[in-house]
Design a protein. Structure first.
Length: 406
C-alpha cells in the first residue's frame, strides 16, 4: 500500500523536507504532511535582505517571512532550519536578471530561482538530510506516467497554476518532488490554514520579482551594473529616429506608455537592440509574433525530444507568458536550434521570456518542457522571409498567422 506521496513506506518512516517561504501555501503543505504523520522538516532559504523588503507586503524569503515560517513550524511541531543562500541567489538569479535586461531581454527570474536554487541546491540539501522527497507549495500537479516516471501537469485551479515557472524541472528532479496543493484551489488552501490555526491564513501572496523591494527594477539593475542605462535612439521600423531614451533597460517589448515621443498613431516597443542601444517602435500589428527560436530547451515529455521530432514537426500548445492561455503551435528543428511556429500568432513576445510546451489546450494538461526565447520574428517578417524562398515551412506558418490577423 503506497502512501499519499506515492512512496512504498509508512508516513512515520518517511522524511519529507518542505520548502517553507513563510507564505500560506508552503505553510499549509507542511501542516498537511505533518497531520498525515510524515517526518516533516521545514527549511527556509534566506535569499536576500534589501532592507525595505524586510517588512514589505508581498516579499518572500527575507525578514518577516522567515519569522512567519518559523512560527508556523513551531505551531505544527516540526524542526525548522534557515539556510543562507544569499550569495547563490545573487549569482544565479539577481545577477542573471540584470544581465538579461541589459542585453535587451525580458527575463523570468522565478524560473531561474526554481531551476538553480530550489530544485537543485535545496533538493541536494534534502537528500543530505535523508529525505525521501522535497515538497513545495507550488500549484502544479505531479503524477506517475505510463513509463513509471513522474510527469508534470497543470494545477486543478487554472488561475493559480504555476507550471509555466517549472518547465525547466528535469525528469530526475520530478521523481523526488511532490506538490500537495496541485489538486486544491487557493480558497481551499486558506480554509485549511484556518483549520490548522496558522496565522498566515490571510497573508498576501508573494510577488513575482521578490527581490525588487520598490517595484522599480531599473534601480536594482543600475546598482548592480553601473552605467547600464546608456542613452540611445528611439526609431521606427524603417530606422528613422523619432526621439531619444536614457537606457533600453527602461523599456519592454509591448510597452506603449512612457515612450517620450509624439506620433500621429499609437506606437509600441517592438524590439530592443542592445548592440546599437536602439528602441524600435511600431504599430500594434507589428507586435504579433509568428515564429521563435529557443535556447536552453528542456524536454520532460515521453522519451527524448529528438525522438519526438523524428517525424518532423510536433504539434503542441504553448504559453509565452504566465498570464496567457496556451495556444496551438508547431515545434521543430531549424539547424541546431528548436523553432516554434505559432498557429495564430501572439502579441508582445520578447527574448528572455519562457515558451512552455503542453500536450493539451485546457484542463490539467501535461507539461512537455520548454525553453527560453532567443529570437522572435513578427508575422510580417515571417511572410517576408517566406517570399525569398529560404523557408517554405515558414511561409505556411507566416501566411496562417497573417490570415488569422485578417
Amino acid at each position: 500500500m503506497r502512501n499519499s506521496l506515492d512512496l512504498d513506506t509508512r508516513p512515520a518512516d518517511t522524511r519529507v523536507v518542505v520548502a517553507m517561504s513563510g507564505g500560506v501555501d508552503s505553510s499549509v503543505t507542511a501542516a498537511l504532511l505533518k497531520a498525515e504523520g510524515y517526518d516533516v522538516v521545514g527549511i527556509t532559504l534566506q535569499l536576500y535582505d534589501h532592507g525595505a523588503a524586510t517588512h514589505r507586503l508581498g516579499a518572500c524569503c527575507a525578514g518577516q517571512d522567515i519569522h512567519d515560517a518559523r512560527r508556523v513550524a513551531d505551531r505544527i511541531g516540526i524542526p525548522h532550519y534557515v539556510l543562507d543562500y544569499e550569495s547563490r541567489f545573487k549569482e544565479a538569479v539577481i545577477d542573471r536578471f540584470a544581465e538579461s535586461y541589459v542585453s535587451g531581454e525580458t527575463p523570468v527570474p522565478c524560473v531561474d530561482c526554481n531551476q538553480s536554487i530550489k530544485f537543485r541546491d535545496l533538493l541536494e540539501t534534502a537528500r543530505e538530510l535523508g529525505a525521501a522527497v522535497l515538497a513545495t507549495g507550488h500549484y502544479v500537479a505531479s503524477r506517475v506516467g505510463a513509463d513509471g516516471r513522474r510527469a508534470l501537469h497543470r494545477a486543478r485551479d487554472e488561475e493559480r497554476d504555476q507550471s509555466y515557472f517549472l518547465f525547466a524541472t528535469t525528469r530526475d528532479q520530478l521523481d523526488l518532488l511532490r506538490f500537495p496543493l496541485g489538486e486544491r484551489t487557493k480558497a481551499e488552501t486558506r480554509d485549511l490554514a484556518r483549520r490548522f490555526g496558522l496565522e498566515v491564513a490571510d497573508k498576501h501572496d508573494s510577488q513575482d520579482i521578490c527581490f525588487v523591494p520598490t517595484g522599480r527594477y531599473t534601480e536594482v539593475i543600475e546598482r548592480l551594473m553601473p552605467g547600464a542605462a546608456e542613452p540611445g535612439d528611439i526609431v521606427d521600423l524603417g530606422g528613422r529616429v523619432l526621439g531619444h531614451h536614457q537606457g533600453i533597460i527602461r523599456f519592454t517589448v509591448g510597452q506603449r506608455r512612457g515612450l517620450g515621443i509624439a506620433a500621429g498613431e499609437p506606437l509600441y516597443v517592438v524590439r530592443l537592440d542592445a548592440a546599437t542601444r536602439r528602441v524600435v517602435v511600431g504599430p500594434r500589428e507589428a507586435l504579433r509574433t509568428a515564429r521563435m527560436r529557443l535556447r536552453d530547451v528542456n524536454w520532460i515529455g515521453d522519451g527524448t525530444l529528438g525522438g519526438a521530432l523524428a517525424g518532423g514537426r510536433l504539434e503542441v500548445f504553448v504559453k509565452v507568458r504566465s498570464t496567457r492561455r496556451p495556444q496551438p503551435a508547431w515545434i521543430g528543428r531549424a539547424g541546431d536550434e528548436i523553432e516554434v511556429e505559432l498557429v495564430d500568432g501572439e502579441e508582445g513576445v520578447a527574448p528572455g521570456q519562457a515558451c512552455v510546451f503542453y500536450d493539451a489546450l485546457a484542463g490539467q494538461a501535461r507539461v512537455l518542457g520548454g525553453g527560453f526565447i532567443r529570437t522572435a520574428a513578427s508575422a510580417a517578417e515571417t511572410v517576408a522571409t517566406a517570399g525569398t524562398g529560404r523557408r517554405g515551412a515558414a511561409a505556411a506558418g507566416g501566411a496562417a498567422a497573417a490570415g488569422a490577423r485578417g
